[in-house]
Design a protein around this ligand. Sequence first.
Ligand SMILES: C[S@@+](CC[C@H](N)C(=O)[O-])C[C@H]1O[C@@H](n2cnc3c(N)ncnc32)[C@H](O)[C@@H]1O
Length: 201
Amino acid sequence: MTSFWAARYGSTDGYLFGTAPAQVLVENPGVIVPGQSALCVADGEGRNGVYLAGQGMTVTSFDAEPLAVDRAKALAAERGVGLTAQVSDWDGFDWEAGQFDLVVAIFVQFADPTFRARQFADLRRLTAPGGVLLLHGYTPEQVGYGTGGPSDPAHLYDPAMLTGAFGDWHILRLAAYERDVQEGRGHSGRSALIDLIARRP
Ligand SMILES: C[S@@+](CC[C@H](N)C(=O)[O-])C[C@H]1O[C@@H](n2cnc3c(N)ncnc32)[C@H](O)[C@@H]1O
């Protein structure tokens, strides 16, 4: 399932998506509460999990690709922060293990609509009552840019879809916008993005 990602990560000795956090995390510091728990799903090479750990959160992360998780652990060690990073496929993760104060899902659009319904249900369940979900990805307009993300528009998000999935939560931010992104070789150039930040009641 992850041979595509194995090849992508294996194509470089460096960090495919860079070592700096996604801009959405830096621009929304209100989601970060030192001492609270965070889960970064499909966290790749750990740029986001390591950033949150460096801000004082207790971070768990997983990704299906072993090379990426090795890099996440190396980045955490280099930065001197604790990160509980594990190799796990989405469906292999222990979704009953507990809940988190912050759940971060950044560029996890590998899911087709059927998988995405399961993904969103898992994200809802893993966010503690009163906790926050931060979801960040591309809108269908991204297909025209070709600067990152899946080429199948069925994998991408729009505001109505996210309102449909999380409209019963307190939506703190829902924004679709375009900007130049420089997040490693993997995400580079003009991009059509969408952010959802929502608090579970
Ligand atoms: C676009 S990358 C984003 C990585 C990271 N969230 C970031 O923003 O740097 C997508 C990630 O999803 C992971 N992935 C793909 N399919 C997966 C699955 N079924 N279960 C878990 N991770 C998966 C890939 O290995 C890859 O690291």
